[in-house]
Design a binder for this molecule. Structure first.
Ligand SMILES: Cc1ncc(COP(=O)(O)O)c(C=O)c1O
Length: 393
């Protein structure tokens, strides 16, 4: 396997992989910390962390020890039985966040599916018409039919119909629109505090507060999708903490597993008892290997570590804003979007890659989600490459 060269890998990919992804010409071989190495040994500084997943960087020592030891102990047994990593992770996450209970699954889409099911059951138990879920325009909540329907992007609603009934959309920031659309038949409002796939749109405090207020008024549940923003990414454990609200559920995935597939939902007093035996489940959710890795991630999530994410994020954003033709730079913590004047974001990302920097794009923006363990020196190194690309594109 290790003897395959780039051309051979690409040829097999072309022949055997369904092409749902626009692949960049990076042939990843191994990685450590914030650096990825390709099959020729070229080094890349990674400002993407596998779309916000490798929160502790690549092959972090504690994470690696936790998953390899657990893999040698028991790799899977099913949720029909008890395992230590699952219960310890649920406790660690509840103690850190103040939520009461957890449900674990494998991805962000599944986490949102679960939260939507809970909201529907909560609504249905009062009145069968109380089933409307309100989401935001430009949101992203996943790629199952239900979460695709929840995703407020028209271009994602073209091909896979019929979609699920019971979703309505409101523009981010439109408080009046929100008040008009949320009513007594609404069971939940689902939103991201920073829309990641939507182009790194940071919600205003007024709007997020208004979501909480109007939801309370109509007994609709507040669900914050923290799949991309959660687990320290924005300089708080969860992004909603930047807004002073108290959601009824948060959904999480990406960064919690540190590189292995794990998602889930946290529930407060109001929602913790909605799901009952038989209502929901998944074969792989709370897998002991994955949960052991997540426990290593949780161990890192001290207040000091998370505060440092904020400091580094502010620094990165500040440095970006100093670059001559950088425009629209905005974000929260280490979740940042920007444009380079006159440049297509995909072209700019390709130029960065050529120069050894991995960046992401999202909805007409260049997007940065570096590993949370990145150092100031590594940020400076990435900024130099972005400055170079911005000057020459
Ligand atoms: C906010 C948000 N929700 C849900 C998802 C879907 O997560 P997954 O790809 O793990 O299903 C994503 C993925 O990018 C996301 O950013």
């Amino acid at each position: 396997m290790n003897t395959l060269n780039k051309e051979e890998i690409k040829k097999i990919d072309d022949e055997y992989i369904v092409h749902t992804y626009g692949r960049s010409p990076l042939f990843a071989d191994h990685a450590k910390g914030v650096f990825v190495y390709d099959t020729d040994g070229k080094e890349y500084l990674d400002f993407g962390s596998g779309i916000g997943v490798a929160s502790l960087g690549y092959c972090n020592d504690e994470w690696l020890k936790a998953v390899t030891e657990q893999a040698g102990q028991i790799q899977h047994i099913s949720n029909l039985y008890y395992t230590k990593p699952m219960v310890l992770l649920a406790r660690a996450m509840c103690e850190k966040s103040g939520f009461k209970k957890a449900f674990f699954c494998n991805s962000g889409a599944e986490a949102n599916e679960c939260a939507i099911k809970v909201a529907r059951k909560y609504g249905n138990s009062q009145n069968p018409a109380k089933n409307k879920v309100v989401t935001l325009i430009d949101s992203f909540h996943g790629r199952t039919i239900q979460t695709l329907t929840a995703t407020g992007q028209e271009d994602m609603h073209q091909m896979f119909g019929p979609f699920s009934a019971g979703f309505e959309y409101v523009a981010a920031g439109d408080i009046e629109g929100l008040q008009n659309v949320v009513d007594d038949n609404t069971c939940a409002v689902l939103f991201e505090c920073v829309q990641g796939e939507g182009g790194v749109n940071v919600m205003s405090k007024e709007f997020v507060k208004a979501i909480e207020e109007v939801s309370k008024e109509h007994d609709a549940l507040v669900i914050v999708d923290e799949v991309q923003t959660g687990i320290g990414r924005t300089g708080k454990f969860f992004a909603f903490e930047n807004y002073g609200i108290e959601p009824d559920m948060v959904t999480f995935a990406k960064g919690i597993g540190g590189g292995l597939p794990l998602g889930g939902v946290l529930f407060n007093e109001k929602t913790q008892g909605v799901l009952e035996p038989g209502d929901h489940g998944t074969t792989f959710g709370a897998n002991p290997v994955v949960c052991s890795g997540a426990l290593a991630v949780m161990k890192k999530m001290t207040d000091e570590f998370i505060e440092d994410v904020k400091v580094k994020g502010d620094y990165l954003l500040g440095q970006l804003k100093l670059i001559d033709n950088v425009r629209d730079a905005d974000g929260l913590g280490l979740m940042i979007g920007f444009n380079i004047e006159g440049a297509d974001p995909a072209e700019a990302a390709a130029k960065c890659l050529e120069k050894g920097l991995i960046v992401l794009t999202a909805h007409g923006k260049i997007r940065l989600l570096p590993p949370l363990i990145i150092s100031k020196e590594e940020i400076d190194k990435g900024i130099e490459i972005i400055r170079d690309v911005a000057a020459n594109i």
